[in-house]
Design a protein around this ligand. Structure first.
Ligand SMILES: *[C@@H]1O[C@H](CO)[C@@H](O)[C@H](O)[C@H]1NC(C)=O
Ligand SMILES: *[C@@H]1O[C@H](CO)[C@@H](O)[C@H](O)[C@H]1NC(C)=O
Length: 288
């Protein structure tokens, strides 16, 4: 009788287990199909793109509210990613430049910036001008080679954007803000730290026509979270950062985007912005 009872208990156990597994599968399936969140990876960290991978989207009407510059104003819109414009070594050198600069300051929240053009550096809950604040000592932090590399890289990015969208590179100008960013998982202390909100660059900065990002660290290796997301009506499309990867896009509403919150590690990138309007051009930075 004892043996019989044991067999019975085992069978019951297996039946309950199967029922539980089955019902949780149904619950998960229902959850997945009812929440209509669609996420696609446009380019993963592991891929290496030696040619630009271009995704065209229809241009928004945003550009019509601004002066038109033939050969530059977006007629062809979209986003592209390429890994062969900046080498891993150059990305490392730029990352070290960013680390040295940012070590002089740093936001209390998780997002800090360093702008070599204006000199703006996050410090606590505000910004300081590194050139004024550290006047003579700045040459102990940055070298001429750093600045030469920075200018060279921005020139290459400008040319690849022009080639990809069929523009005249000489009609594009660097604009502000163009800056290094450092993001970690420390919680935001001011609105300057809130980088994750969806936004449109041309709405935030009217002068922008093309936005580019040069990543200096690897998603999933140096940090978690922090993917770049294009928020299209039917899908969220992500670009996974990779050191040396350049991602660029037309700055209008066709490219509503956000950056996922960084959950561990540190994400370094450079935002390099371009305008078609010479009135909004800024010069390359020079070491004072
Ligand atoms: C995209 O992600 C946001 C949250 O960041 C979500 O609200 C939205 O529904 C998603 N869109 C799609 C089409 O899945
Ligand atoms: C994030 O960066 C800030 C500014 O550099 C720093 O003070 C803070 O300790 C960092 N947080 C983590 C979790 O590393």
């Amino acid at each position: 009788a004892g043996r019989h009872r044991q067999t019975f208990t085992w069978r019951g156990f297996i039946i309950v287990l199967l029922l539980l597994t089955g019902s949780s599968a149904v619950v998960i399936w229902l959850y997945m199909s009812l929440s209509d969140d669609v996420t696609e990876t446009l380019v993963s960290r592991r891929e290496v793109l030696t040619e630009p991978r271009l995704f065209l989207v229809q241009c928004s009407e945003d550009y019509e509210n601004y002066k038109q510059f033939p050969g530059c104003t977006p007629k062809k819109c979209g986003r592209a990613v390429i890994d062969s414009v900046v080498t891993k070594e150059e990305a490392q050198a730029l990352r070290r430049l960013a680390e040295r600069g940012l070590s002089l300051g740093g936001s209390d929240g998780g997002a800090s910036i360093l702008d070599l053009h204006s000199g703006a550096l996050s410090m606590g809950k505000k910004f300081v001008n590194i050139y004024r604040y550290f006047s003579d000592q700045i040459r102990e932090v940055f070298t001429e080679e750093d600045f030469t590399l920075y200018r060279d890289v921005r020139g290459r990015i400008q040319r690849v954007i022009a080639e990809t969208f069929g523009l005249d590179s000489s009609q594009m100008y660097l604009t502000k803000p163009t800056f290094f960013s450092h993001i970690n998982s420390t919680s935001a202390k001011t609105t300057h730290d809130e980088y994750w909100h969806p936004h449109i660059d041309k709405v935030t900065y009217g002068s922008f026509d093309y936005t580019s990002l040069l990543y200096l660290t690897d998603y999933g290796v140096d940090f978690g979270g922090g993917r770049f997301i294009f928020m299209d009506p039917n899908s969220n499309r992500t670009v996974e950062p990779r050191a040396g990867r350049v991602s660029f896009f037309s700055s209008g509403s066709e490219n509503l985007h956000r950056v996922e919150k960084v959950v561990w590690g540190t994400r370094y990138a450079i935002t390099v912005s371009f305008t078609c309007d010479p009135d909004h051009a800024i010069a390359d930075p020079t070491l004072p």
